[in-house]
Design a protein around this ligand. Structure first.
Ligand code: F6P
Length: 320
């Protein structure tokens, strides 16, 4: 039967494992012979293929990260190595690919499609939630819950010691994680790359609240603003409240996928196999305004992600 290979690529995200499991099972039901590739694009080049048997895809659903491991391969940008990858597919009769990852990986696969005509379907997965054309990427909900748990814990000590905490969250250039966690955790301040902020008005607001009895402050900053250190010093110096900085870092990438991430993984995986079946050659699965669909990779690459206007509006109050 026709071969189909599944792998994960780029930054790991919770939900990758259920996506791989479901894609393998559903592909088999649709008459494909499913293969798995370890180490992402690197494994495609270095021939790390295994057949997706029952043992491999059992007991992985609830695990964080990606059991197939991942990589950000530089070699895949060179035609010579892409050719090597193609020969690995060819010798096994693998004709289609499912890649779970970010837009960098999708772009690489699109080049591969242009070179050798191997169709692929992309499943968006990145905690940054910065892929254009989809409101949701796998891993986001799990990351938000990790952040929520960490901020709740920081609040305990902030309140006990009457301090301010600046908490830096991931997201690369995107402020989605920062905005949603600031709202969900009731932070007083949120700085993100998407919204202009005004320290003077933030200062006036905080001082008034402190006068009214506020004894601690939580400020969430997106890593993309590079404002963590500065804001921490500024709170101490201008507001007069002792402040500490916590950079949450890679804890945000781990953890067992939440119910939402598991379910979204299943839906995206089924959509990916169906898209390949329907003859789509280079599309990315999307979830937009409550609808599942897919978009050509070119459309995704040519557009910029857009954040929910309501979310931006709500967060305006936290950056002023
Ligand atoms: O893209 C996911 C992400 O976790 C970003 O939020 C972050 O900026 C980056 O990856 C960290 O990269 P690395 O894992 O290579 O340190």
């Amino acid at each position: 039967s026709k071969g189909l290979a599944i792998f994960t690529s780029g930054g790991d995200a919770a939900g990758m494992n259920p996506a791989v499991k479901c894609a393998a099972e559903y592909a088999a039901r649709r008459g494909y012979k499913p293969w798995l590739v370890y180490d992402g694009l690197r494994g495609l080049i270095d021939d790390k293929f295994v057949e997706a048997d029952r043992e491999l895809i059992s007991g992985i659903l609830h695990r964080g990260g990606t059991f197939l491991r991942s990589s950000r391969s530089k070699r895949f940008f060179e035609l010579e190595f892409r050719e090597q990858a193609f020969l690995n597919l060819k010798k096994r009769g693998i004709e289609k690919l499912v890649v779970v990852g970010g837009d960098g990986s999708f772009r690489a696969l699109n080049q591969f499609y242009a070179d050798f005509g191997v169709p692929f379907a992309g499943i968006p997965a990145t905690i940054d939630n910065d892929i254009a054309g989809t409101d949701y990427c796998l891993g986001v909900d799990t990351a938000l819950n990790m952040i929520r748990q960490s901020v709740d814990s920081i609040r305990d000590t902030a309140n006990s010691f009457s301090r301010a905490f600046v908490i830096e969250v991931m997201g690369r250039h995107c402020g989605y994680l920062a905005m949603v966690s600031a709202l969900a955790c009731g932070a007083e301040v949120c700085l993100t790359p998407e919204l202009p902020y005004n320290l003077d008005s933030i200062g006036g607001r905080l001082k008034a609240e402190i006068k009214g009895g506020r004894n601690y402050v939580l400020a969430i900053v997106a890593e993309g603003t590079k404002m963590g250190d500065y804001l921490t010093r500024w709170i101490t110096d201008s507001i007069g409240m002792e402040a500490r900085l916590t950079v949450l870092g890679h804890v945000q990438r781990g953890g067992s996928p939440t119910v939402r991430d598991r379910l979204m993984a299943y839906k995206f995986a089924v959509a990916a196999i169906d898209a390949l079946e329907a003859g789509e050659t280079n599309s990315v699965m999307t979830y937009q305004d409550g609808e599942y669909g897919s978009l050509p990779i070119q459309t995704v690459c040519d557009s910029k992600y857009e954040l929910d206007p309501l979310l931006l509006k709500l967060c305006t109050n936290l950056s002023n």
